[in-house]
Each structure stands twice: as C-alpha cells, then as structure tokens.
Design a protein. Structure first.
Lengths: 568, 683
C-alpha cells in the first residue's frame, strides 16, 4: 500500500542473527502491549475502557509500522499514514524528546474526527530514530452528540478538526488544551483520555530507548527491518498461492446519508505473482452525507480482507504486510472523498470495501471463500444534560459474520475490520441513570442459510427513563442484505425503530437524530451474515441442534433447509 | 503430623511434617482418576512409616487440578441457568469482541449451558438495586418445572441483572427451585461473586454450578477413603487466593479453586523466602509446559479478582500470577514467517523431550540444556533417569542447520529465547506496574526454574536469587504453609463523600459480621486477622485500584476519617500505578472487601537434619556466550550452611539443578536455601 513518498528508501542495515531478532522483536511487541495496557487502564471513557476502541504501535525512523499491539485492524495502517502527514508538517530533525504530534483530521491522514492519534519521537544521540504512537476513539469533540451528526454535509459539522499539531504535555493546561476542552461536551473525559494516550506513549518511549541503550541502535534498526522484510516475504509467499488473474467484487451502501439511492462500491483485484493491485475504480462518487470513507480507512479495510483471505490469522502486522498490496481509490469517490466531505460513518463504507475485496478474492481462492457478514456498526449515542454536565453513552452494535468454507459464521460479534466490545448492561445503566436496557438477545432465524450458516444478528431495546434525552443513531444494511455465496442464502437486514406514545417509527437506514422522553423506547436490530454453500448439504444434526436451541424455527428449517417434521 | 498433597500434571507430591522432620513423596499422577494418585501417595507414606500414616495426621491440606481439568475437558454437571427476562443470551453474546483478528472462521468458546437450558425470569432491578418489576413467581415455577423435566439438571446457576446490589430476586428463585428439586445444587451470582458486569458474573456463576457436582463426588471419594484409613484430623482444600479452607466449605465455591496449584507454589515460595530474610520477591515456577510468575511485595502477593480460563471469564479471588508457555518441554520451531520460536507448544510428559528417550523427536528446552552441559545426562533427577544426549543432538541438528549455527549455539539460542520470554512476563508484573525489579529477589522453583533464574535476574537486574531446599516440591510444601483464608466482597457504587459514610460503614459492618460468623462455625485454630479494602476509581473510569483501609477503630467503632483517608491515598496510588492522578476529581468506591486470615503454625526450619556427605566437586565444560567454558558440578546434598559456590557452576539436586553463571556466587543459608548474588565473593 505504498501511498507514501517512494523517495524514502530503506537504508541497508546491519545483519542480525535469528536469536537476537526473536529476543528484540519480542521486546518491541511487548512494549506495544504495555502501551495498550496503560492506555486502557487509565482512560475514563467507556469507548476506550469497555469498548476498547484504540490501537498502539512503534514506528521506525521513516514513520513505517515496526510493531503493534493486536488491536483493531481498521487502525493498523492508519498510524503510519497519519504520522506521514505529521512528519511533513514537522520534520523529524526539528523534534525534541518531549514534543507530541497530534492529529485527527481525515484530510491529514486521520480516520474520523473522534479518533485522535498521538505520536512521540524516540530520540537517541540527538536524533529521531523512531516514533511511538496510538489512536483512541474519544467520546465527544463537538459536532453532534458523540460527534455523530447524521445530517452533516461537510466535516465541519462533525466536530473539531485537529490538523497535525506539535504540542507538549504542559500544553494540555495552556492555550491548546483549553481550546480543545472547550470543544467537548465531556471535557474531563477528553482530558483524561488524552492523558492516558500520552502516558502510553511515554511508557513506549522509555522502553524503546532502554532497548536501544542495551542492544545498540544499529541492532534495533536491523531487527525492525528484518521484522518488516520477513512479514513482506510471508505475505508474498501467501499471495503466490493465489492464481494470477483479474477478479472483481462489488457491494452497496443503503444510501448517501439522506436518501435511499444505493451507492456502489466496486473493486478490481489483479493478482500478479506476488503482488496485488486493488483498484476501487467504478466506485460511486463521494456522498453528500457522512458515509464517506477517508483514504486511511479504505487502505486498512482492503488490507484486512487480504489478510483474512490469505488464511494466516496469526501473522505479525507491520509495514512489510502492506508492501505487496497496491491500493488505488480514485479521488472524489466514496472511498477517497475530496475535502471537506463528512466521514463520521466511515466504518460502514470501509466494511463494504472490505466486502468487495473479500468477494473478488473469494473467486480466486474458492477453498477459502466466505459469504458476507452483516459488517455494519449500528451505533446509538445518547446524550443527557444533567446538573453535573453531559452524560454520553455510545453503544456500537454488531451483527453476524458470514459463513466460510468449513465453519459457520460467528453470531453478533465485531466484524473483521474492527474488534471492539459491548458495554455491559450493568455498566451502561450504572453510568447513565437516564436509560435502561430491556432486551439484549440473539435474533431467531437471522443467519443466512447455507452448508455453513451465517451468524445471527442481535437486538437491543433501550427504554428512556428521563425527560429530554438526545439520541443519535447510525447504521446501514437496512435495505441491502449481506450476500450469500455458492448457493448459500443471503443474511438479514437490520432496523432501528423508535417507539413513542405507542407509535412505532422506522428510522432511516443510515441514521437519524431525535429527542426521546421518559417511557420512550428505541429498538435496534442487527442482521445476520450470509450463508455459504447449498443449504441442503448442511449437516442434518446441526439443523436439528439449531431447532432445539431455538436458533432457527421449524418453519425456517423447512423452508431454507427442506427439513420436514422429525428431521426428515 | 501435618500432611500436604498436591496433584500436578505429571506428579502427585506429598509432604509430611513429622516430629522427626520433613518427609517428601513423589508418585505419578493419574489424570483419569486423580484420587488414585492421592491413595498411592498415602500408601507410600504408610510404607515409609511402618504402617502408621495418615491416621496420625492432625491436618491434611489438599491441592488439586480436578476442577480445572473438569472445566477444560467439559466434564462438569448438567447445568441450567436462570437470567433476567430479555437477557437469556448473555452466555452466547459474551462481550462481542474476538480473541483474534483476521480469522473468517472465528468461533467463541462454547457456553457451559446449552441455549435451550436457559430460562428467563420476569423481574427487573435497576442499577441501585431497587425493584422495577417484581419477580413473577408463578410463571417462573411453571418454567422451572418444565425445564427440570427436559434437562434433568444436577446444578442451577442464577444470574439476574444488578443482583450484586440486591440479592432478593435471586434468593426467591432459589427457594422456588429447591421446593421443586430439593437436591439441586444452586449457585447464585449474588453469593458466588457479587460484582458488576453481568456476562463476567454469569460466566463465573455458571462455572461454579457446573463444577459443583464434580467436586462433590471427588471429595466424597476422598473423604470415604480417608475415613477407612483412620484419618480423624481436619481436611482442608487449597484456594486460588493462596489460602486454605475446610473442604466442606470450599466445595460450595468450586470456582475459587481453579488456580489453586500455582497459588500453593507462591505461598510456599513466600514463606521460604521470608525464612531466608527476603520479603520482596518475584516467584519463578518453571515446570514442563509453563512458567508462573508472581510479584510479592512485603511478603504478600497481590490478589486479583478475575482472569480468563479457556477464554471464559472467571471472577474469583486469586493470586496475581502470570503464566507463559515456557517450560522444559517447550519445543523449538519456525513460525509461518520463518522466525525462530521456543514454545508455547510443549512435548509434555509424553513423549517428552528427545533426551528422555521415549520417542520424542522435537528439540525441547531440556534438550538444549543437556547439550549446553547445564544438565548432565547421568545426574538428571539425581541419576534416577539417565538422558540420551545423542537423541537431544539429533533433534537439535535440523534446527541448527536452518539457523546456520552449530548445535551448541542453537541450544544456547533456545535457552536465551526462553529467558527473554520470561523477561517480558517479569517486566509486565514489575516495571509495568510501577515496581523496580532491583528491589526484588527471584525465588526459583519447579523442575526448571533454578536453571534459568540467575540468567533472568541478570537481565532484569534483580538483586539475588533464592532457591529453596527441594525446589521440586515447593507447591506441596506451600499447602502446609498456607493460612486459613476467606475473602468477602460487597459491591455498591458510591462516591467517597461524607453523605455516603453511613452506607459504607454499614457495608463494612456486614463484612465483619460475615467473617466473624464463619470464624465461629469453622473455628480454625490460631489468631484471626481481618483486613479490609476498597476498590476505587475516578468517577467515569472503568478499572479499579484496591487500597487497604481500616474502617474500624481499636474499640470496633466505625472510623470517621475513613473516606477522606481512602481518597487521599487513592490519588497517590493512582499516580504510582498509572503515572498521573486527578486530586480534584471525585473518587468512586465500587467494591468493599474483607479478608479473613488465620495464620497457621509456622515451620521454624526448612533445613535438613543429619550429616552431609563429604563435599565433592567435578569439573566439566558448558556452552556459555558462544564459547565452551569450564564449569564446576556440585551436589547440593553435600553443601552445609555457609558453603559457597562460585560460577560458572551447577548445583545438582534430586528435583532440580541450579545454574550459577560466571560472575555470580551462591551460598547456603541457615534454612538450607541457596542465596545467589552478583560478585565473586559474598560479603
């Protein structure tokens, strides 16, 4: 995914033996995990501590990914991409050890505005020799509640933009910090989470410097280069197993955030020996609303699909993983919008990019193909202005994964390009006195039929217990079902319904903002994944098990699987 | 006489403290029927004592992996779950997060209760524990009766929303169920672990219910057999918190025994380190498949309240032990990127390392140690099991070839990588939690711990290494050194403000009353002590830090400055552990704990009695830093108090050998422990 300046050539580095490599590389990866632990444990927002929406990494002197914690695939390439914009603004030779680079602007390498990325240089003998960095999803930096505004037509309506800016820790107490905190509904939480990000970086910086002092800079550089090269070689070996050819895939978003005219996401994947060209030409022009995916998200999504299809889930991830992939997303499309298009809902368009690549590569390697999952984050944000200021509760909800060769799709679980957790009901209700959750369960008959069935979607029903609660929600796949594969059935759609004064209102597919009051309810359903393979080939004992456990009804078993009474 | 019996993966160890001294017995474990290993050990004890044996014992403490194995092999009882209406899928949905990325076929760990055995009770509490919807008892009774017929359950778990605040509905559910099935084993979430986060609490409660029938029948077998052998003493079981409890009481909390084995080891290690004068230590227990590491500050290990076992959350008080997949059986291999790795795959006991000569062909860490000269083939386990060095070299040859190394260098590479893996875990428990390892000594035990400990100490900067006498049975010894211990918890989210003082005081009184009631009913010998603590966080944070507090004055009255004092010390602790604090922000208390301990009779000396054989040194060569260097081999038996051994040396022992690298010196202290420090001479 070489979107960076090709003039930055990797200099030749010292040779390193495999034992030293293993010891030092292990220490670098452990350092990123230690950073993640600091960040998660000292953050204040539910989004970081419960949902775990963050990633940490160590980057080399050129800003390329050297090591990272196993976190959220959608963030992974993002860190080095965002850092490249920071370095452009602040060349490494101008940086001091206590400088901090911070950015969230999607038009300067960022994802969406709530994702603030923070970097710190690693300085040895007066020279920048690398960086540590992390990305964390903040709860609110203005714009709509939880910085989610379904009616936004530009990025300015989505919150506060931070272009690459150089600060230091003390600046959180001075002009920069005051300006930033004035732009959040929850300034204390924003401050604590930023402090947690900086503490994580400080921990990473100290550890890398300790390693440099122990093993010498040249050895550390050689180790990083070797990790990247071996990752690249492993990717290339895996790509070699895919037959050369040109493969296409497509999928659709329900609409542009305002209407229900579907938006097409299209990809052409060309396999050339050990390189992959991933070209999103044919994708629809950028949308008026918040469904656009900035390039950083598109790159990560494409990379995730390739990694999933190659079938080595435990492969390390660093700059080398991306070298054999060449991604092109034409400027001015949904997957690489022009400034200043809104991007808050980029998860779902990035998911479609992932799905299109998955479909294309599935044609190339049918033995590892997978049907489409619900692959949509259905997110509900609640905001309540009480005496002690704003309470904000954000709940991203997930649907089923598609069936794949050899395995059913998992039920309601984070889609492959993400990996975040739910908020426990007891935590949500303890932290937010203005609502109650009435149901949280799997949806019967929601997985697509197939030899390998799609995973089930789920439902969460919220009851409002106070007056004047602002609700902003967003989703997709209320119109377009996740596709099944090889005669497998399609998955199911989701829905968001407001129940007020006995009246049920179906909310628009991409989302809405509304005010709710005591006794009102919001019922949110996510869909199930598509099935893979002919349903009639499904193991009959599995169908029977699913009936007994109530995952499917006897009617569904009869219609979809041709299963008569008494398992005939 | 006091007897400890520990069932491990490979061996069942028995340690008896008799008037004549300490006796140890090792027999093979019998995983398919673990009680048989116990009987074998008792038979062996009886033979060694001329027929007298367990009938002379006043106390028997037992540590067993029976609960853990039943969980891992899914051999628990038929268990049903009652949940709040709308939330019956807690066990299926879990936390919606994946334990690994990029896996299209990702599957969660299967729930212990099948979905059709979950029923929902029509009831609801709010986050403060107030009743929103009362329990529909008639409907529940019908549903339970139906489920009992369908499932024929042995055990029932109940986990209702916000029951940690108010157990009223859970207790009603139990009453109804027991009316229908008086013999059903019931676990309530409000009793098993009353803490918030419903999935984690439900998982724990279900696990407790699921294991109860297994533990019950296992203990039944044991107790019958002990009775036949004339045992009339008190029977205790080891807990994951490092303490022991009467067997009848501990079987109600099967889930609290899941990691009792490693906890026994840490308990033994702490007591022996203290006897040698060290109160701040890092324990290193390295066996055949894994290494357990635990940081001990001022002679006590941190107790945590949860971890994942088989990817299922378990909330129970347990010593904060970090396990990594590095052991004597860890296998060398190249991963999919072609990178050289050691472990976590292990050759286990069968076939075991190549040098065991049982058909193993993979190069293991034990093979590497044999090739390096750290283990002498004729002296392994005191010569009881000669090793096949050629087999070790044959196993290492392909590894060496791929690395482009000679065989000894490949072996040393394996050894170094294993130490580096331990180093990461040791950093994690020390530096990354705000502790400086230079203030700590490492206590090494388990079959392989003493071979690696000094190298680890060098890497992390620890000041000394302690190898207790007979390091292969430290865990069994720990059983006899464990205190009687019981943990209590109440959860209630309250700001640390004077307006909440009365409620908090009342919670602590409740805890004190519960502990005192148990003291009366169980009447453990010794002087009881109750320690109280509060788990706190800044308002809005998700993770708590625990702080020891004194809620009562000497006369037993509630202390007035409790909250103020707790808040102040919380800010300091937060700064130490997280690197920053917010002294102006409100602090919220989440859980209130009491820990009842009754220290048991101390063991005054761990030293062996009797004459020592004359000291003998043999010399040989080992591989170290890429070179063959001279090394002394000394038998530990021959070393009397005050003896010193300078590195490079190996101190050979029947259960584990200790490696002293160049630049370090070992001395034998009055407890028969080896104390190994930097330098050529001991000051």
């Amino acid at each position: 995914m070489n979107q960076r300046d090709p003039a930055i050539a990797v200099e030749p580095v010292a040779h390193i033996d495999p034992v030293s490599f293993q010891i030092i590389n292990g220490a670098l990866i452990a350092a990123t995990r230690a950073m993640a632990a600091i960040l998660q444990r000292s953050a204040r927002s539910t989004m970081i501590r419960e949902t775990q929406d963050f990633s940490t990494a160590i980057l080399d002197e050129h800003g390329n990914l050297a090591a990272q914690s196993e976190a959220i695939p959608l963030h992974l390439h993002s860190l080095s991409y965002a850092l490249s914009f920071c370095i452009k603004a602040y060349p490494p030779e101008t940086l001091n050890a206590d400088d901090i680079l911070i950015v969230n602007d999607p038009y300067h390498g960022g994802q969406h505005l709530p994702d603030i990325q923070v970097f710190a240089p690693i300085i040895h003998a007066g020279k920048v020799v690398g960086f540590v960095g992390n990305l964390a999803h903040h709860t609110d930096i203005s714009g709509g509640i939880g910085s989610m505004n379904p009616t936004a037509t530009d990025v300015f309506q989505e919150g506060m933009r931070i272009p690459p800016v150089k600060i230091n820790r003390a600046d959180l107490d001075t002009a920069f910090g005051r300006l930033l905190l004035a732009n959040s509904r929850q300034p204390d939480v924003l401050l604590a989470d930023l402090n947690a990000q900086m503490a994580a970086n400080a921990g990473g910086q100290a550890r890398v410097i300790e390693l440099i002092e122990k093993y010498g800079l040249e050895t550390i550089r050689a180790c990083i280069a070797m990790a990247q090269d071996s990752c690249e070689a492993e990717m290339r070996r895996a790509i070699r197993e895919i037959p050369n050819g040109v493969y296409t895939g497509e999928d659709f978003l329900d609409g542009d955030g305002f209407g229900t005219v579907p938006l097409r996401i299209a990809v052409t994947v060309t396999v050339r020996d050990e390189d992959l060209d991933i070209d999103f030409t044919g994708t629809d022009p950028q949308a008026r609303g918040f469904v656009n995916s900035p390039l950083a998200s598109t790159l990560s999504a494409a990379g995730t699909a390739v990694r999933a299809l190659l079938g080595h889930p435990d492969m390390a991830t660093n700059d080398g993983s991306f070298r054999p992939m060449h991604v092109h997303a034409p400027l001015g499309t949904v997957l690489n919008p022009r400034y200043p298009a809104p991007v808050r809902l980029r998860m779902n368009s990035a998911c479609r990019a992932y799905g299109a690549v998955l479909q294309a590569l599935g044609k190339a390697v049918p033995g590892r193909a997978a049907a489409c999952g619900f692959d949509t984050t259905t997110c509900v944000n609640f905001g309540y202005l009480g005496e002690k200021g704003y309470s904000i509760y954000m709940e991203p909800m997930r649907g089923g994964i598609g069936g794949t060769v050899g395995a059913d799709g998992a039920d309601a679980v984070s889609q492959l390009i993400s990996n975040s957790a739910n908020t426990p009901v007891e935590v949500a209700e303890s932290d937010n006195s203005f609502l109650r959750i009435r149901e949280y369960s799997l949806r019967t008959d929601s997985g697509g039929a197939g030899e390998f069935q799609g995973g089930m979607g789920c439902v969460r029903e919220f009851e409002i217990t106070a007056e004047q609660v602002e609700v902003v929600c967003s989703s997709d796949r209320a119109l377009h079902r996740p596709w099944g594969l090889n005669n497998g059935g399609d998955g199911t759609i989701g829905s968001m319904v407001a129940i007020q004064n006995g009246k049920r209102t179906q909310l628009p597919p991409n989302g809405a903002a509304l005010t709710m009051h005591r006794g009102d309810r919001l019922r949110v359903e996510t869909g199930g994944g598509g099935g893979l393979g002919d349903p009639h080939l499904r193991d009959r004992t599995k169908v029977e098990r699913d009936i007994v456990s109530g995952r499917i009804t006897p009617d569904f078993a009869a219609t979809a699987y041709g299963m008569g009474p008494a398992g005939k | 006489m006091r007897v400890g019996i520990e069932i491990g993966g490979t061996f069942t160890d028995l340690v008896a403290i008799t008037d004549e001294g300490i006796r140890t017995i090792k027999v093979s474990s019998t995983p398919s029927a673990p009680e048989r290993g116990v009987f074998d050990a008792l038979d062996a004890l009886s033979r060694s004592m001329n027929g007298h044996s367990i009938d002379q014992a006043t106390t028997l403490v037992h540590g067993s992996t029976v609960a853990t194995n039943a969980l891992l092999e899914r051999r628990g009882g038929r268990t049903i779950l009652v949940a709040t209406k709308g939330f019956g899928d807690m066990l299926e949905l879990q936390r919606e997060v994946k334990s690994r990325n990029y896996d299209l076929g990702y599957a969660r760990t299967k729930a212990l209760v099948p979905r059709e055995w979950v029923i929902e009770a029509n009831e609801r509490l709010d986050a403060r524990g107030s009743i929103v919807d009362p329990l529909d008892e008639a409907a529940l009774e019908r549903d339970l009766a139906d489920l009992f017929d369908r499932a024929e359950p042995e055990a029932m778990a109940v986990c209702l929303l916000h029951a940690y605040q108010n157990p009223v509905h859970e207790r009603l559910v139990r009453d109804i169920a027991l009316r229908l099935r008086p013999k059903l084993k019931v676990s309530l979430s409000s009793e098993v672990m009353p803490e918030y986060r419903e999935y984690e609490r439900a998982s724990t409660t279900v696990m407790n219910a699921y294991l109860a029938p297994v533990i019950d029948s296992y203990l039944g077998e044991l107790q019958n057999n002990l009775e036949l052998r004339g045992f009339k003493g008190r029977f205790f079981l080891m807990q994951s918190n490092g303490g022991m409890l009467p067997a009848d009481r501990s079987k109600q909390h099967a889930v609290r025994m899941l990691v009792s084995g490693p906890a026994a080891g840490v308990t033994g290690a702490i007591r022996m380190a203290v006897a040698s004068g060290y109160r701040n230590v890092i324990t290193l227990d390295m066996g055949g498949t894994s290494t357990d590491i635990c940081l001990v500050k001022d002679a006590s290990a941190q107790v945590i309240t949860g971890k994942l076992i088989d990817r299922l959350p378990v909330l129970a008080p347990m010593l904060d032990i970090t396990a990594i997949g590095a052991g004597g059986g860890s296998i060398a291999h190249f991963d999919s990127a072609g990178m050289f790795q050691v472990g976590p795959r292990s050759a286990g006991a069968q076939p075991g390392p190549a040098c065991y000569g049982r058909g193993g062909t993979a190069a293991t860490l034990t093979d590497a140690c044999a090739i390096m000269g750290l283990i002498r083939p004729q002296r392994f386990l005191g010569g009881a099991m000669p090793l096949d060095l050629d087999a070790a070299r044959r196993a290492m040859a392909p590894i060496a070839e791929r690395l482009g190394f000679d065989i000894p260098s490949a072996a040393e590479g394996m050894f170094r990588i294993a130490c580096a893996n331990m180093l990461q875990a040791t950093r994690q428990v020390s530096i990354e939690r705000g502790y400086d390892p230079r203030d700590f000594a490492i206590v090494a035990y388990g079959g392989a711990g003493p071979l690696h400990a000094v190298v680890l100490a060098e890497e992390i900067g620890a000041k000394a290494v302690i190898v207790p006498p007979n390091p292969g049975v430290t865990s069994a010894m720990g059983l006899l050194l464990a205190d009687f211990r019981l943990d209590y918890v109440r959860s209630r989210m309250l700001r640390l403000e004077q307006s909440n003082r009365e409620v908090i005081d009342a919670l602590f009184r409740e805890l004190r009353d519960a502990a005192q009631a148990d003291l009366e009913s169980m009447a453990p010998p010794g002087n009881p002590r109750i320690e109280y603590s509060i788990d706190m966080r800044y308002v809005g944070q998700g993770y708590e830090l625990s702080l020891v507090v004194s809620p009562f004055t000497e006369s037993g009255e509630s202390r007035e400055d409790l909250l103020e004092d707790a808040a102040q010390r919380f800010h300091v602790l937060h700064k130490q552990r997280m690197g920053h604090s917010y002294p102006n922000q409100p602090v919220r208390a989440i859980s209130y704990r009491a820990c009842l301990t009754v220290p048991q009779e101390a063991v005054n000396s761990f030293a062996r009695a009797g004459e020592r054989p004359a000291a003998q040194k043999e010399y040989g060569e080992i591989r170290w830093n890429g070179q063959q260097i001279a090394c002394a081999y000394v038998s530990r038996d021959t070393l009397a108090t005050g003896a010193t051994v300078r590195g490079a040396a190996l101190i050979e022992d029947n259960s584990a050998s200790t490696f002293i690298p160049p630049g370090w010196t070992a001395r034998v202290d009055a407890q028969d422990a080896l104390i190994i420090e930097r330098g050529e001479e001991i000051s």
